[in-house]
Design a protein. Structure first.
Length: 460
């Protein structure tokens, strides 16, 4: 039988320091110049130990997990954590420099692709990620764990079929969209919050390629970071609140990109056409604070806490068939054309007709491996997946799970791309044009989860 649960938690700021600017924005010829005041980036660590197994939740406010293989190696060397006992995650924040694409830090120092500032920033993030775990271990104390959930009405299905007959990143108000905000809360013997994990299916893109009132692009933690900071201040006492991205492959914030414009002919619509300059930074505060209140209400409903929870972990994998573009397709131009992004299409500007000739993808003959993970703590199971799952797949996983409470966590390692559910396989949004052949993914993802649960039950 498990012993009394011990939990520790900590956070560190991972925002670029002033000497690391400028760093690249994810659009041509644009640079971040500073951090938006009050919207710093953080990495948060939560360690749980029941005397039989010790596990780590490590959550980044970042586009993805930086160098997970290297990071996992450091965590084992420094603290003895096995790979299967670490659940990495990222908020998939789009308003910060991207550092999650490769396994070689030197690639970020290559002047042909990245600046020296970028390389120093990336190295700092990795160092802080290792350091924060040591800080969390120093705060271990008796705890109990509980699960709660509520609703948060911030996300919206972004696969929109426009009346011209093509799919783009928009606002599909009737499309599937899971509003569930799941919370795993750790409290001490005085019922004071030690830490909590929030999980919600939504892209962190409120400030993506948006300028502030002074005309500058600024680094921002977006609404997930705002929510976590708000809750940490609310609870005080060193409480740590981490945020995980759920199955958000086709989910955006309602106020993504600062708003949108769409003229009567549809030729002026672009996924990146924002509203008033600077508004997005206010929008992310508005949404983040509401998200925090939604989480607080979910936490207040938790009436059952476990002092000696079972903790089990498993690693697994699945395989997806690959796809490719037909020969002769300009992939970069094709990407801009899907969402009418004018700066990527030479010779075209919004307001003029755009002829869309979207490719039909072909099987590549390659196998794309996916990484699966199962974290069981008490009556709650985390199913981790290193991809951007469509929301419908996440809901299917929760429906098919044998556990009372199931949380789907994405961006848990190197991300292999978007995985469209079977009903959305013909949506030619930009997510469609990845390296995974769509159709049949529902079963692959579900079978991956069931295989992990089978191992869990076989061990009992």
């Amino acid at each position: 039988m498990a012993n009394r649960l011990q939990v520790g938690a900590a956070k560190l700021c991972i925002s670029p320091t002033p000497d690391m600017f400028p760093v690249p924005v994810a659009v041509p010829n644009a640079m971040y110049e500073e951090v938006k005041e009050g919207q710093d980036l953080h990495v948060r660590a939560i360690v749980a130990d029941n005397g039989e197994k010790r596990v780590l939740f490590l959550a980044f406010e970042a586009g993805g997990v930086p160098w997970p293989d290297e990071l996992l190696g450091y965590l084992k060397e420094s603290y003895g954590f096995e790979e299967e006992d670490v659940l990495l995650s990222a908020s998939h924040c789009h308003s910060m420099p991207r550092i999650d694409h490769g396994n070689n830090r030197d690639a970020y120092r290559d002047p042909a692709s990245r600046t020296d500032n970028m390389g120093r920033f990336a190295t700092m993030v990795l160092q802080k990620a290792v350091e924060v775990v040591g800080l969390a271990l120093k705060t271990m104390r008796p705890a109990k764990v509980g699960y709660g959930e509520g609703k948060s009405y911030l996300n919206i299905n972004r696969d929109q079929l426009f009346y011209e007959g093509f799919w783009m990143q928009g606002q599909n108000w009737e499309g599937p969209s899971d509003k569930t905000l799941a919370v795993v809360e750790f409290v001490d013997d005085d019922n004071k919050v030690i830490a909590a994990i929030l999980n919600y299916a939504c892209h962190s893109v409120t400030n993506f390629v948006q300028k502030d009132y002074d005309g500058k692009y600024k680094v921002s933690c977006d609404f997930p970071g705002i929510a976590c900071d708000w809750l940490e201040r609310h609870f005080g006492n060193g409480a740590i609140i981490a945020w995980q991205s759920g199955a958000a492959g086709n989910q955006n914030p309602v106020m993504a990109f600062g708003g949108r414009r769409y003229d009567l002919l549809g030729t002026n619509y672009s996924a990146l056409n924002g509203g008033t300059i600077g508004a997005s930074y206010i929008n992310c505060i508005t949404m983040g604070e509401q998200h925090a209140i939604d989480a607080l209400q979910a936490m207040e409903k938790i009436d059952t806490f476990i002092e000696n929870p079972e903790i089990k972990t498993y690693l697994g994998g699945v395989e997806f068939p690959g796809q490719k573009f037909p020969e002769g397709i300009d992939r970069a131009k094709h990407r801009w054309m899907v969402d009418n992004i004018a700066f990527g299409l030479e010779g075209w500007t919004p307001g003029t007709p755009l002829k869309k000739e979207l490719a039909v993808m072909e099987p590549s003959g390659k196998i794309i491996p996916g990484r699966t993970q199962l974290f069981v703590i008490g009556d709650t199971a985390f199913y981790g997946f290193n991809a951007e799952l469509y929301n419908e797949i996440g809901m299917l996983c929760k429906q098919e799970s044998p556990f009372k409470h199931t949380i789907v966590t994405t961006h848990t390692h190197y991300t292999i791309g978007y995985i469209l559910d079977d009903a959305s396989k013909d949506h030619k949004v930009f997510q469609y044009f990845g390296n995974i052949l769509h159709g049949g993914s529902n079963k692959i993802v579900l079978d991956g989860m069931k295989e992990l649960f089978s191992r869990y039950y076989n061990d009992k």
